[in-house]
Design a protein around this ligand. Structure first.
Ligand SMILES: NC(=O)c1ccc[n+]([C@@H]2O[C@H](COP(=O)([O-])OP(=O)(O)OC[C@H]3O[C@@H](n4cnc5c(N)ncnc54)[C@H](OP(=O)(O)O)[C@@H]3O)[C@@H](O)[C@H]2O)c1
Length: 210
């Protein structure tokens, strides 16, 4: 299996890269700064470029079976790019015949009140009010994935942590999340490898709880 990894330089991207490589899955990673992948030197193919650059995206996807998107804005959340980047990726996937798309967004994004505690839903309202462009961009990213015509799965973790693998992480469309909920990046990466091997969640938006 060959995976095109977008957002590989980030904290989740690094965990996903480790998990995939440990299972012998080949990776082509698109990064703005190729040096960010130095820890994986010789183990994967790095393409230097931006996620909005059609040529770099196509080069990354070429020869791959799956695209995994784990990019997202850093604080102070002024870069609004996720929906546009995802559109570029989806279009290139159609051209190149890559059918499987796994895209991570955030539990706080979109209209999922049934998954959220009252306090979490209040936090979402505050977030949407404070970062309207970002909230709209991430919702649009999800809309784009849902309408992509691809074999998609959306991952919607709550606050991310780092440092442990929980092989029993709770995953599902109905998993409830609250303001204190979290999921470790390693647990999600571990789950992701299993989902790639045995796809059970095509066409689903999944919440995670460690
Ligand atoms: N942090 C949380 O608690 C949390 C909770 C739930 C969901 N999420 C979501 O989960 C995903 C991974 O989160 P994370 O915290 O592990 O990631 P992260 O460490 O913040 O990494 C973000 C990734 O996105 C890329 N990126 C940021 N701004 C960019 C831009 N303007 N153009 C192109 N690429 C850009 C970064 O590339 P560079 O290295 O080049 O900057 C990096 O690869 C994201 O979608 C995030 O929104 C995060």
């Amino acid at each position: 299996m060959n995976v095109a990894l977008f957002g590989a330089s980030g904290a989740t991207g690094q965990c996903v890269a480790s998990a995939l490589l440990s299972e012998g899955i080949k990776i082509k990673a698109l990064c703005r700064n190729a040096n960010a992948m130095d820890d994986f030197a010789g183990e994967l193919t790095v393409i230097q470029g931006d996620v909005n650059d059609k040529k770099a995206v196509s080069e990354t996807l070429c020869g791959c079976d799956v695209a995994i998107c784990v990019f997202g804005p850093h604080l102070p959340y002024t870069d609004i790019f996720c929906a546009e980047a995802t559109t570029v990726i989806v279009e290139a996937m159609h051209v190149l015949g890559v059918h499987r798309l796994i895209c991570q967004t955030v539990a706080m994004v979109g209209d999922y009140p049934e998954n959220r505690s009252w306090a979490m839903q209040e936090m979402v309202e505050v977030f949407n009010h404070r970062y309207p462009e970002l909230a709209a961009d991430r919702s649009e990213q999800e809309r784009m994935v849902r309408g992509s015509g691809l074999l998609w799965t959306i991952l919607k973790p709550p606050r991310l942590t780092t440092g442990h693998v929980n092989e029993e992480i709770e995953v599902g469309c109905d998993v409830p999340v609250g303001v204190l909920s979290s999921a470790s990046r390693e647990s999600i990466a571990h789950w992701l490898v299993n989902e790639l091997r045995h796809p059970l969640h095509i066409g689903e938006a999944l919440f995670f709880l460690d």
